[in-house]
Write a protein that binds this ligand. Structure first.
Ligand code: COA
Length: 250
């Protein structure tokens, strides 16, 4: 399991890499657990000042594993508790978060970016959140942070209508800071991470707290979304959508 998430420290920067490329980095519960632990671990280490979240070439993250959602649907479970904990870890993260996105970023692959302080996207990046198409609702406090970041109409287009954003659209919407060639994304993200890590730590921490505000509202929204998500997961609409994906002909 350990290699489904790779954690490497380089100077003041920790990289947390989703590493399930054969499934386009669809996330499973052990992966959420490992990623959350790596982010919390960074906050506990004064030697680490920034975390970069990265994926695989062409696949930042395909969202939650739909096989797992189908099982949760059949068992009338909601979002896995460790998934919800991971979302709250993102909301409460004390270490600045940078993301390096190449290729697809689906579902939580996009909504986790709303918790990041700096996002570098590849020109091939494609951001999509097909929650409603899957019979679901947005998660990760994206129903709160999405409109705050990009305004209601753009958030509605992405989070409710499920219209994807390409890299240029994500830049225009303020979801990402910069767009570079796919081969340059990681270097560019690392450059930003080192720049952040080199800032005076206490002044940066205070500034970040001021900019982000209290995490309480995001944490409360994560719970509110999770309650609705649980109802939606159990719905025939959602089950039919998961089954259709898993049975699709290619
Ligand atoms: N859950 C489970 N498996 C997934 C997955 C997911 N979210 N996303 C991709 N995979 C698997 C595929 O089933 C396939 O597995 P297989 O080779 O064993 O059949 C493998 O990853 C490669 O995916 P594939 O669909 O062949 O790649 P693609 O490049 O044609 O398409 C996606 C990539 C991401 C567009 C497509 O896989 C997709 O739509 N995935 C679902 C995304 C989603 O709805 N996520 C949940 C959001 S809430």
């Amino acid at each position: 399991m350990a290699d489904l998430v790779l954690v490497t420290d380089d100077g003041l920067v920790r990289t947390v890499r989703m590493n399930r490329p054969e499934k386009k980095n669809a996330l499973t519960v052990p992966m959420y657990e490992a990623m959350g632990a790596a982010i919390e671990g960074a906050a506990a280490s004064p030697a680490l000042r920034c975390v970069v979240i990265a994926g695989a070439p062409g696949a930042f993250c395909a969202g939650n594993d739909l096989q797992d959602f189908l099982a949760a649907s059949a068992n009338a479970d909601g979002l896995a508790p460790l998934l919800v904990e991971f979302l709250k870890t993102l909301a409460r993260a004390e270490t600045p978060l940078v993301a390096a996105v190449t290729g697809l970023a689906v579902g939580i692959g996009t909504t986790m970016l709303l918790h990041c302080d700096h996002v570098v996207a590849a020109s091939d990046a494609r951001f999509s959140t097909p929650f409603v198409h899957l019979g679901l609702v947005p998660e990760a406090a994206s129903s709160l942070l999405g409109p705050r970041r990009m305004g209601h109409t753009r958030a509605f287009s992405l989070l409710a209508m499920g219209r994807p954003l390409d890299a240029a659209g994500a830049l225009a919407a303020g979801l990402v800071n910069s767009v570079v060639a796919p081969a340059e994304v990681e270097a560019e993200a690392m450059k930003a991470a080192r720049e952040i890590a080199a800032l005076p730590a206490e002044a940066l921490a205070a500034t970040r707290r001021l900019l982000r505000g209290s995490p309480d509202a995001a944490v409360a929204r994560i719970d509110e979304e999770a309650a609705e998500f649980k109802r939606r997961l159990a719905s025939p609409e959602a089950r039919a959508a998961f089954e259709a994906f898993l049975a699709r002909k290619r």
